[in-house]
Design a protein around this ligand. Structure first.
Ligand code: CTP
Length: 457
């Protein structure tokens, strides 16, 4: 546990309080002052970034060290500790011989369980100010009203500082039905009006329209979060990133896995050498689809690769690097249909990547990252990672990891998008422009039939 500002707490009446304290404001300062007045030694618990993620508090603007620094500057805290996990409060109260636990009245009743250990006081919250309010709101409009957009809206509601009120669809009835179902105020089929009022858009329209919508939005000065695949060729993807850079706008491809705490942890571990040198990455994603849907329509760029390859190529490019020497495909389809199963083989400088995707063949959806010292095994569904193992030759050295993954997981990409916009940054290490362009290049190669070996099924 991290501690700063430590003083001798013996013989004092000890008060403890907790919070995120993002963008420290007068409500926080009032609270700290009144908490301190309850005793003569104040301990302030500041939530860690990871703990905030775990409890679903997304889009916190300042880092832990910035938030701690601000509390220090108030001169009110005698000790600052970091709150890192659920259940820590009881341990802290016992460890620091706390007499009083104090917290704002918005938490009324929720910490009564601590009465067994100390006095619990709910202090009146200062009206009219909050971190959420100070972060401001991003007015995010949705383009398209299909299945993924339906899942997006409830997920966006978990991200503080993001407002979704507008939905655009060239078919007004679809936009209206969508707005009705998801309680959005403004459905429209008028692009000009829509793009003028929103600050950022989320593109969830069919694949073949992504590029045009993204380009039009960036030209209009709006940030873009675009469903995968961002574009169907690397040239188009590169053009969009270039445009975004020139316009100083955020362009993010919505490959949800990239932004999840679990996937970030997996990549961080694999890159930090615990596996030795990574030599082989194999990822599988299959999802059976039947009937007459867009996913199975070759005229609408359906198929296993366009639908699912973005996912499996993500860990491959992140870990095998972007110096691609060879790309080839082994694929199956019915006469006149889309690819129902494809194996993508990628050879980079010193690593082999295998991605398997299927809409008509079911397989185990796991990810295995193999290195010279061991491997990471992520069980199905690896693209929603909440558990994985690091396994080594000596099994006694194996480790199991759990990570948070909430809801549909779209909230993490939305939070990252909002954070980039509010912090004025254009790129995130979670998914670099070059990685997204490399993914588009593989999709283009497949669509052009380059190095594709077909099997009829
Ligand atoms: N607090 C307060 N008055 C306010 C805002 C916060 O008394 N206007 C108190 C909270 O009740 C809590 C502490 O300050 O005891 C830290 O709260 P935190 O959740 O970090 O601040 P908020 O501004 O409520 O943050 P957010 O909007 O992100 O929920």
């Amino acid at each position: 546990m991290t501690e700063v500002l430590e003083m001798d707490d013996k013989g004092h009446k000890v008060v403890i309080t907790y919070g995120t304290f993002d963008l420290l404001h007068k409500g926080h300062i009032n609270l700290l002052r009144r908490a301190k007045e309850l005793g003569d030694y104040l301990i302030v618990g500041v939530t860690s970034e990871n703990y905030d993620l775990q409890r679903g508090k997304l889009n916190v603007r300042q880092s832990l060290s910035e938030r701690i620094k601000n509390i220090e500057l108030t001169g009110l805290a005698n000790k600052i500790i970091v709150e890192e996990y659920e259940g820590q409060k009881i341990e802290d109260v016992q460890r620091y011989n706390v007499d009083i636990f104090a917290i704002g009245s918005d938490w009324k009743g929720q910490f009564d369980y601590l009465q067994e250990y100390c006095k619990v006081v709910y202090l009146e919250r200062t009206k009219g100010v909050s971190s959420t309010q100070l972060r401001g709101y991003i007015n995010l409009g949705i383009v398209g009203s299909g299945r993924i957009a339906k899942r997006f809206v409830p997920e966006a509601r978990f991200v503080s500082g993001v407002n979704v009120d507008w939905v655009f669809n060239p078919n007004l009835k679809s936009a209206e039905d969508f707005a009705d179902k998801l309680e959005l105020a403004f459905p429209t089929d008028k692009w000009e009006k829509f793009i003028q009022v929103v600050e950022a858009i989320y593109i969830a329209s069919p694949h073949e329209t992504h590029y045009e919508y993204a380009k039009a939005a960036l030209e209009a000065g709006k940030h873009v979060l675009c469903e995968k695949p961002l574009a169907l060729t690397d040239a188009q993807a590169a053009e969009l990133y270039d445009l975004a850079r020139r316009q100083k706008l955020v362009l993010l491809e919505a490959i949800k896995t990239a932004y999840t705490p679990g996937f970030r942890r997996i990549i961080g571990l694999a890159k930090s050498g615990v596996l030795g040198s990574v030599k082989h990455v194999e990822a599988t994603f299959t999802k059976l689809v039947r009937g007459t849907t867009r996913e199975l329509d070759p005229r609408r760029f359906g198929g296993s690769v366009t639908e699912l390859a973005s996912y499996v190529l993500l860990p491959i490019f992140k870990l095998c690097g972007l110096n691609v020497r060879e790309v080839s495909f082994l694929s199956m389809k019915q006469e006149g249909g889309v690819d129902l199963f494809t194996q993508i083989n990628i050879l980079t400088d010193n690593c082999i990547g295998i991605g398997k995707v299927g809409l008509g063949v079911k397989s185990e959806g796991e990810l295995v990252i193999s290195g010279t010292e061991g491997y990471i095994y992520v069980p199905s569904p690896w693209w929603k990672p909440n558990y994985f193992e690091v396994r080594r030759e000596n099994w006694a050295e194996n480790r199991k990891w759990c990570e948070v993954f909430q809801g549909e997981g779209l909230r993490y990409e939305i939070a990252e998008f909002a954070k980039l916009i509010t912090n004025g940054r254009l790129e995130t290490p979670a998914l670099l422009a070059n990685e997204s362009i490399a993914i588009a290049e593989v999709i283009k190669k497949f669509l052009c039939g380059k190095n594709v070996t077909w099997l009829r099924c």
